[in-house]
Each structure stands twice: as structure tokens, then as C-alpha cells.
Design a protein around this ligand. Sequence first.
Ligand SMILES: Cc1cc2nc3c(=O)[nH]c(=O)nc-3n(C[C@H](O)[C@H](O)[C@H](O)COP(=O)(O)OP(=O)(O)OC[C@H]3O[C@@H](n4cnc5c(N)ncnc54)[C@H](O)[C@@H]3O)c2cc1C
Length: 508
Amino acid sequence: MSYSLVWFKRDLRWQDHAALAQAAAIGPVRCIYVIEPELWLQPDCALQHYEFLRESLQVLDAHLRTMGGCVEIHTGELPEVLTRLWREAPFSGLYSHEETGNGFTYARDLKVGAWCQANGVIWREFVQFGVVRRLKNRNQWQGEWEKHMASPTQEFESLTFWRSPSPEPFVMYAPGHLRHNPPLRQMGGRKHALETLHSFLNARSLGYRGGISSPLSAPDACSRLSVYLAYGCISMREVVQQTRAHIAQLPPLASRHRAGLTAFTSRLYWHCHFIQKLESEPAIEWRNMHRGYDGLREQDFDFEKFEALKDARTGWPMVDACVTMLRETGWLNFRMRAMLVSVAAYPLWLHWRPVGEWLATQFLDYEPGIHWSQLQMQSGTSGINTTRVYNPIKQAQDHDPKGIFVRRWLPAMRHIPNTWLFEPWKMPVELQHSVGIKVGFELATPIVDLATATRESKHKLHTLRKTTEVRQGKEAVVEKHASRKTTPRTTKAKPINTNSDQQLGFNF
Ligand SMILES: Cc1cc2nc3c(=O)[nH]c(=O)nc-3n(C[C@H](O)[C@H](O)[C@H](O)COP(=O)(O)OP(=O)(O)OC[C@H]3O[C@@H](n4cnc5c(N)ncnc54)[C@H](O)[C@@H]3O)c2cc1C
């Protein structure tokens, strides 16, 4: 009996799974996940990604077992695994979702395509998000996104499996070289994805407007769906449709809630918009989106500054607290991610690629398309975005005025009186002595003078930006990558009050 091979990748769900639904409509299916040793050797991989994947696969496997099947876990490079399975029992077709991943997965997909061609196998790939393969023109993109999100979810009517699952329990061992698994990270699996979506729609999204900028309120106010979208435990279409349905049934007076959920829906659009950039130009993972910026920072990379940033020793409490929180939880809100990259790119003058590799291992929700586009945007090398430089002292004053956040993640800051909260290095030595803290020991002193270093870096960037070559190159980037989205004007929301209980809601 022949069967269709369903290849799971970062789409670890059974509902709204086009590949599974289409394969099931034809006949028996055989579901596989392939652990690719080369993939896990890439510099953007971490143990937390593997463990999250394992948890999600375990849930998927358990669900399929209730229907008489399972997910088989195979190890090896794709062509070799496909050959093995084919020799065991030839399959009638290969079914999977399209993936816009890193350079490795791009090259691997080319090899899979070649294998299918050589073996006369039809490989059917299905759209996973609002990302368009072989997009000719960005002008139609928004319409395509809307069409995909409004279309019905893809569900199977019945599911038959090629053979019964082996009775052995689900086991997946992590490769020994992988490091970094934050103790407070989110857990994998569809159940957690659905709980996160529902707690957000029903309660937490009330704080979305005004709550997403501060690292104090953001862990609860933000949806926290990024990692579930990145691993496909829930589909983007499910999130969009359930959010729209939720908005539709809100009472007329729930304007704040409605505004929050509308802003959230825009971000779901941005998710695909950013991934589309990498889909259209895979090279932006390594090289500047605007080639006119080549050479801007490459020669000046200062490893000591980079190490200080990674070790939470820059001396700016807000930066060091964010690095610590990220290390412990695998997550940070957008503004604080942007601030970290901005500090790396401007006062520390670090090239975005090594910084991005490090952050990729730190972010549980690492999604190459969003990640590399944002890294370039925040470092000023996309060529189409205005320079946004985040001052870490001002960010602390605006978003953590009472020092709750920095004291939480940097224990030494608990000794610092409020007067010196934002610039503890300026505290008189006698006072340091009396509170039992020596700046430069328990707390780092800033590794560069913030104002001078930022001014110099902006000057270098703006000087290059004014050259004819860079000005002329901008058009092509706009044509290929810029958003055509028209967004209605919204009024700025007041920040909500935050208290320490609220931050504990997400367990950190
Ligand atoms: C330097 C940098 C790197 C980033 N790397 C990633 C990454 O690897 N993976 C990732 O999912 N997000 C990334 N982001 C975007 C954003 O910070 C996260 O999506 C967000 O913090 C995740 O939390 P949430 O799901 O609670 O977000 P919410 O605010 O609830 O947003 C809902 C969803 O919209 C999408 N989204 C939100 N903000 C953005 C944005 N600015 N651009 C694109 N999509 C967005 C995400 O899918 C997110 O889950 C990055 C941002 C920066 C500045």
C-alpha cells in the first residue's frame, strides 16, 4: 500500500495544517520529523530551541497516537533520510509547508527538490503564513496576505496512517554540543499555544495598548505567541481569525480592548512582512540589505565590547538587566530588543551579524526572517528606515522610573538609592562605600561614554548616507522590500500602571 509522506518542520500542529489535510484527503499518511545534524550545528541554534521543539513534537505525537498514528523521528540529512524511507517503502508524494528559514534550510530545500526530481516524486509545498514564494511585485502583497488569512483553515476529515505506530515511548536526545536553555522560558506544544492565545484574547490584551513598551508590563501585556508561531504550534491564520472573531463580539464600549487587539493584528501582518524580506532576498542573513553600507562597521569590531554586552557588563543598568532577563527567560519585548541592538550598533559600533547570531541563540522565538530584517533595520543598514537610536538611560527613565525592573534582574542595583538609579557610576565614592557597593566591581562602569560614542557613530552613518552611491541605491531597496501598508491613524495610549504582581503573571 502506498502512502503520502508528510514532513513536519516548523509547523508542529494538526489543525490548519495544509500539508497534512491535503495528504489525508488522498489516502494513508506517514508523518515524519527529521533531526538534521548539520542544522543543529549552525551558529543560530541553541538548546532551548531543541527542547522547545522536542516538547512540541511530543504533544503532536501523543495527539496522532490517539488517532492510530504517530510522528516518526528520523536523524540524518534530508536526501539520505528520504532515500532510506523510499527504499523501505516508496511513497506517492512528499507533503510539507514552505519554509523561509536560514541559509542552511534554504540550501537543504534545494537538495530535497533535486532528490524528488531524481526519484520522480512530486513534492507539494503549502503556504504557511502570508509569505509569497517567487513574489514579483510588492504592490499586491497586502492583498495576498488578506486572502490567505480570510480563507478557511485546512482541516482533514479523516486520517488514516500507513502503519500502526511502534509501541516504544517518544524519545529525542539533544545533541551534546547544544548550550543555553533558560530556566524560565515558555514551554512547547499546542496546548500551551492555545492557552496563551486564549488568556491573551480574554484578559491580557486589555493591557496591550500602553503596556507593551515597558519590560515590566510587557511580559503579560504582549501576546507571547511569537514562539508558538515560530514553531507552528498554532497557525497564523488561526490567530488572525480568532482575534477578528473576538474583536467582533466585544461590546461597543470596549474601545481600549478593541484598539489593543487591532494593534496586535497589525503586528501579525508585520510578522509576514518581515519574513517576506528574507524570502525575497535570502542573502540579507549575511550581507547588508543596502550594499552601500558595506564596510561601515566590519573592520572596527571590538570583541571586548561584545563580550561585555553578552555578559551584562555594559554599565548601563537597563541594558544589563535586559540581557539578564533574556538569558533567564528567552524573551524580551520589542522595544527592549530594539534597544539592545541599537546600543550594540551605535555606541558600541558592533556589526549586526555577530550580534544577531548571539541574539538568535538567546531568543526562544528566533525566526530568521524577522530577526535579520530587524537586526539590519535597527543597525541602519537596511537603507530605507530612519535612524532610530535608543538611549538606554532615557529608556530606563521612561519605562522603569522606579527601578523595579533593573533591581529585579541586577541584584546589585537593589543597593543603589533612587537618586542614582539611572547613572549609578556617578554616585560619590563615600556613598558607594556606605551602601556597600563599589561601582566597577559589583556593578560595571559604562564601557564607553554614551553621548560621545553615539554622536560619533551617528556622524559616520550619516556621512555615508549622504553619498550619491547610497542615495541612489535606496530606490532599489524600497522597490523590493518596503511596506505598502496603509494604516489608519491611531491616538497614542497612556501607559498603564504596572505593579510587581502583574509581572509575575508570566512566571518571571
Ligand atoms: C532585533 C529584533 C529581533 C527580533 N527577532 C525576532 C524573532 O526572531 N522572532 C520573532 O518572532 N520576533 C522577533 N522580533 C520582533 C518582536 O520583538 C517579537 O515578535 C515580539 O517581541 C514577540 O513577543 P509577542 O509575541 O508577545 O509580541 P506581540 O506584540 O504580541 O506581537 C504579536 C506577534 O506579531 C509579530 N510581531 C510583533 N512585533 C513584530 C515586529 N516588530 N516585526 C515582526 N513581527 C512582529 C510576532 O509574530 C508576534 O508574536 C525582533 C525584534 C527586534 C527588534
